[in-house]
Design a binder for this molecule. Structure first.
Ligand SMILES: [Zn+2]
Length: 452
């Protein structure tokens, strides 16, 4: 069929907003799935959506969306589709099998992590201040097949006490004066960083934390340059002062949420909080480790699985009790903030240096943890798709809707029935292309082969 005829047919059947297609445009219609679009509303049963090249062009009921001429048809009857997930807080490039540190921070390892995200249905992840050198900006600006998008905060901005040669702040810009803070922000602006990472934490009274005049200078300079600031701060009073100071993103859930914090969030409705519940909860709840979930076996070396099993098994009764209390305090806070309508986005802290926060997998435990804390499965999916994408400024991600990038996950079961059904991944599509998960799985199996 000629292109003119194709456009004419498109017009006659009422295809909307179809831009002129190149002659070899790939058009696919995915029909029959239950669609959870990311808008937070009820799922659309027996849906159909059209993908042209890397974009979604039409979404509706199957009966309302005819197949465009020449379209490839993919039957998803019995499946559930969700938007591809977005992880708004991770540390990419450090973890490598049993090791975790800056010595592993290579192009190969960063790209391996992006493959792991893709395998788990994650379309994008934001590295939170642990990147250094030219590499992150190069990888950010590249497109890798079968890989998540890599967002980088570049070097985080940290007080001197946070910086040690062997931790994730080893390459951070040391912030000691207000002009120095502003200069560090300017340097990141030159690299087109959109979100700056900083830390306000006395680490249990062991270090001198970033002072208010310095974080206010960072926030002010960032906002002058149309950048946003994400902060690691888990203490309630610190979080309050950061909200008053105009911070944009709290990268972790805050303990002991009170009325005043809720009120401050209401006064700053654009400020978002990321969850990062996996680390705190793992000590007391990790059924996916004994026995290991198939996805864990597929993506993590046996030695690394065994090490985490051993670590958790060694926990003392006191440690477990403390962990249970810490989790309960965090969970109550999540429930309160969610009930108050605060913007909550999924961020896992995956790849972090405390270790064993398995890249990609952590996204699925995060979803389960959000529900355990009191969010509905539907709200958890929105937090891990549309809201996380909005927080990162990724306009093309987070929803299955016309105009969005064709990034979605096909599931064998409905996550609204049981949030752990997000793990029942049939296929992942990123930028309109099916991720070759079999090949990725074969690649993962090569890692740590000597450790079995
Ligand atoms: Zn982190």
């Amino acid at each position: 069929m000629s292109r003119a005829a194709l456009l004419l047919v498109g017009f006659v059947v009422g295809v909307q907003a179809a831009p002129p297609q190149p002659r070899d445009a790939a058009i696919t219609i995915f029909a029959g799935a239950r669609l959870i679009s990311g808008d937070g509303g009820a799922p659309l049963e027996d849906s159909a959506f059209v993908v042209e090249n890397d974009r979604i062009t039409r979404v509706g009921r199957k009966s309302d969306v005819p197949a465009p001429p020449g379209a490839t048809r993919v039957d998803l009857t019995g499946k559930t589709v969700i938007p591809a997930l977005v992880d708004a807080h991770s540390h990419i490039g450090y973890m490598k099998d049993l090791g975790s540190g800056p010595e592993h921070y290579t192009r190969e390892n960063i790209v391996d992590h992006l493959h792991r995200f893709a395998y788990f249905g994650v379309a994008a992840s934001q590295a939170m201040g642990s990147d250094f050198g030219e590499l992150p900006f190069q990888v950010r600006d590249e497109v890798h097949a079968d890989a998540a998008r890599f967002l980088t905060a570049g070097r985080g901005l940290a007080p001197l006490d946070e910086i040690r040669p062997d931790n994730m702040r080893h390459a951070a810009s040391a912030v000691t004066t207000e002009p120095g803070a502003r200069a560090a922000v300017e340097e990141l602006a030159r690299r087109n960083v959109r979100i700056i990472k900083t830390w306000v934490d006395d680490r249990g009274g062991t270090i001198r934390k970033l002072t208010p005049n310095l974080y206010r200078a960072i926030i002010d300079e960032a906002h002058r340059r149309n950048m946003r600031v994400a902060v690691h701060a888990t203490d309630l009073e610190d979080a309050k002062d950061l909200l008053r100071s105009g911070v944009d993103i709290l990268a972790h859930m805050v303990s002991d949420v009170d009325d005043e914090l809720v009120a401050l969030f209401k006064q700053h409705p654009d400020t978002a909080v990321l969850t990062a519940l996996g680390g705190p909860r793992r000590l007391t709840y990790a059924p996916w480790l004994n026995p290991p979930h198939p996805l864990v076996i597929e993506s993590v070396s046996p030695a690394q699985i065994r090490r985490l099993q051993d670590r958790l098994a060694k926990s003392t009764v006191e440690e477990i009790e403390r962990g249970r209390q810490a989790w309960a305090r965090l969970a109550r806070g999540v429930a309160r903030l969610h009930a108050a309508g605060v913007r909550i986005g999924a961020g896992t802290d995956g790849g972090g240096q405390t270790g064993d926060q398995f890249i990609g997998w952590t996204m699925h435990t995060e979803l389960e943890n959000m529900v355990a804390a009191g969010m509905t499965p539907a709200a958890a999916v929105v937090a891990a798709t549309r809201t996380a994408a909005e927080i990162l400024g990724l306009d093309s991600l987070g929803m299955v809707a016309p105009g969005k990038s064709a990034d979605f996950v096909v599931l064998d079961a409905n996550p609204l029935d049981d949030i752990t059904n997000t793990r029942r991944i049939a296929d992942v599509y990123l930028r309109g292309r099916k991720v070759d998960r079999l090949k990725l799985r074969a690649d993962f199996a090569k890692v740590g082969r000597g450790n079995r």
